[in-house]
Design a binder for this molecule. Structure first.
Ligand code: ADP
Length: 591
């Protein structure tokens, strides 16, 4: 079931009506359910320590009494008092420890669940969601919930307990007057609930702006080189400041609301006390007033806790949004075959990126790739070649038409199963911040021998061995910087170790030095042999060797055939080749 939300962040039903917040609070408690055992023990300890604190003054008086009587009785009473203190210390320790522990357990579980849910989403989801925002949900929204479980639940329980004690004492002193004084409670409660709702909305705004600021900061810091080179620091700082100012503005409102709330309640409560005093200035009324004052303080703090629970509900709305999201392209379940046949068919495939609905990218693409064939995709940039390649990995589903793999509709196959049999080498491969060995073995738990064999096939073994730490050399942000050609060869090794049935290749357009180019080309040629290969080709030598050249232009197949067939026609392909030959550019596709 997909949950929907209106602008105010309230969950709405089919008809657009807001759903009672109770539902969200219930879900929050459900999420905390595995902590129930620990929380129960912690609450029990809370009762014990509160009890100890209540009875210890009683024994204090007894100590004085027994000191008058005999030394024996004195030591006995002191012993009991010490016992109470020890019990208090132990239960206070357990209470503090267990509440905090359950909060950490809760948030750790929440984060893991959240992360795996994010990773299950279809690729199009990541086209529209910003990385920073998603990371923010992982860190700060979950943090708010942790505070609810640890701080608030424990405080709420404690103050409720104190309140009950206080009330009983007041009732014992003077039931009638207590009734009069307590008449302000409903007024205050009503105010507290409204205040809580208000706080929830504000704190959601606050979190949103903070998240936007976080996104800005992350983007800027991760591309510091570009920022520095274009002297974009000031621009970045002011963009960040805008978001922070927005969250500060909300913070100001929150602060004012907090103060006003305290003031108004104070006015109400002290008014009630004055009333009681006016009613009769007897000692019992004084006592009553004093305990009412204490009650007022308890009320204030517990209302604050309730308000914070509302705030947590606000944060949870954003988490539930992701939890409830069903990926448009599933990431698991489907048919697994004994083996995958390297046959790829596109049947009248139409496609538009969900993030750009006005731009139709594929307009009825049909082609067949037979097992073992090497097919080259060529054409002007922006024509849709990468989109076709991505669709073979089922990063996106066609809007119309069908893609089959080994004769099976791609939608019926288990995505993880077929993706393990397809490998992709992109133009600018991403390597992870780990050792070269772990990068090569990313798609498969491989032995070091397998890693080395793949690296040898990819012409990477030699340069890797030349590093002091060999295959354990770290790459990425804090490791060695590999050259473009080296990166590509590591990426080829990473693909080869999977022994893929189908190889998807995006030939590098960036000019490598002659030596590197030769090594990469040799590695690519070796990688291609014996598999079905789809290559976005930029080199004339590649298209010459292809069993089939498919020219993609503006989302359509302009021409199809072998290099020789297409050259003999006077079409797009011939023009592209001629332009390359005359301009001497290494690219087959022009811009
Ligand atoms: P080619 O590989 O032939 O250069 P692409 O498949 O990369 O072409 O792009 C085809 C069209 O799809 C272009 O108009 C491009 O702007 C658009 N496009 C590519 N990727 C995305 C994306 N993730 N979201 C929205 N539009 C995209």
């Amino acid at each position: 079931i997909l949950h929907k939300y209106n602008d105010k962040g309230e969950e709405i039903d089919e008809k657009g009506e807001p759903i009672k917040q109770g539902a969200n609070i219930k879900r929050l408690f459900k999420l905390a359910k595995p902590e129930a055992g620990i929380l129960m023990v912690a609450t029990f300890c809370l009762f014990i320590s509160s009890g100890c604190q209540m009875v210890s003054p009683l024994f204090f008086g007894k100590v004085v009494d027994s000191a008058m009587k005999s030394l024996d009785e004195l030591s006995n009473t002191v012993l009991i008092l010490v016992g109470i203190y020890i019990l208090n210390a132990i239960s206070a320790f357990l209470r503090g420890w267990l509440f905090t522990l359950s909060g950490h357990r809760f948030v750790a579980r929440l984060r893991k669940h959240m992360f795996s849910t994010i990773l299950k989403q279809e690729v199009a989801f990541f086209d529209t969601s910003r990385t920073g925002e998603l990371c923010n949900r992982l860190s700060s929204d979950t943090q708010v919930l942790q505070n609810t479980v640890t701080v608030n639940i424990s405080m709420l329980a404690r103050y409720t307990l104190d309140m009950i004690g206080c009330l009983s004492f007041m009732f014992y002193l003077n039931p009638a007057l207590t009734g009069v004084l307590l008449s302000v409670i409903p007024v205050v409660s009503l105010g507290a609930v409204q205040y809580g709702k208000f706080l929830k909305k504000l704190s959601k705004d606050f979190q949103d702006h903070l998240a936007d600021g976080g996104t800005q900061a992350e983007e800027c810091i991760s591309s510091i080189r570009t920022v520095r080179s274009f002297t974009g620091e000031e621009k970045a700082t002011s963009a960040y400041s805008v978001e922070i100012d927005k969250s500060y503005a909300t913070g100001k409102k929150l602060a004012f609301a907090y103060g006003a709330f305290q003031g108004i309640i104070g006015l109400l409560v002290y008014g009630a006390i004055a009333l009681a005093l006016w009613y009769g200035g007897k000692l019992v009324h004084m006592l009553l007033s004093l305990s009412f004052q204490a009650l007022y303080l308890y009320c204030l703090v517990s209302f604050q806790c309730i308000a914070l629970v509302f705030q947590a509900v606000g944060a949870s709305v954003r988490l539930f949004e992701i939890f409830d999201r069903i990926p448009k392209v599933p990431n698991e379940n489907g048919v697994m075959l004994a083996s995958l046949e390297g046959r790829v068919n596109f049947k009248d495939v139409h496609f538009t990126y969900p993030s750009r609905p006005d731009n139709v990218v594929l307009k009825g693409v049909t082609f067949n790739v037979n097992p073992g064939q090497m097919v080259a995709l060529v054409g002007p940039s922006g024509g849709g070649k990468s989109t076709i390649v991505n669709m073979i990995e089922r990063f996106y589903d066609p809007d119309d038409g069908m893609i089959t793999l080994g004769g099976m509709d791609l939608k019926t196959l288990d995505p993880q199963w077929f993706r393990r049999r397809i490998a992709m080498v992109s133009q600018e491969p991403t390597l992870f911040a780990c050792s070269i060995k772990d990068n090569i073995a990313y798609g498969k738990n491989a032995t070091i021998e397998e890693v080395m064999e793949a690296a040898k096939q990819a012409n990477a073994h030699e340069f890797i061995s030349s590093f002091e730490e060999g295959y354990d050399t770290m790459v990425g942000e804090r490791g060695v910087r590999l050259s473009g050609g080296q990166k590509q060869r590591v990426a080829i090794a990473r693909a080869l170790i999977m022994d893929p049935v189908i190889l998807l290749l995006d030939e590098a357009t960036s000019a490598l030095d002659a030596e590197s180019e030769h090594l990469v080309q040799e590695a690519v040629d070796r990688a291609m042999s014996g598999r079905t290969v789809l290559v976005i080709a930029h080199r004339l030598s590649t298209v010459r060797n292809a069993s089939q050249v498919i020219v993609i232009d503006k989302g359509c197949i302009a021409e199809k055939g072998t290099h020789d067939e297409l050259i003999s026609k006077d079409g797009v392909y011939k023009r592209l080749v001629l332009r390359q030959l005359t301009a001497g550019a290494p690219l087959l596709h022009g811009d």
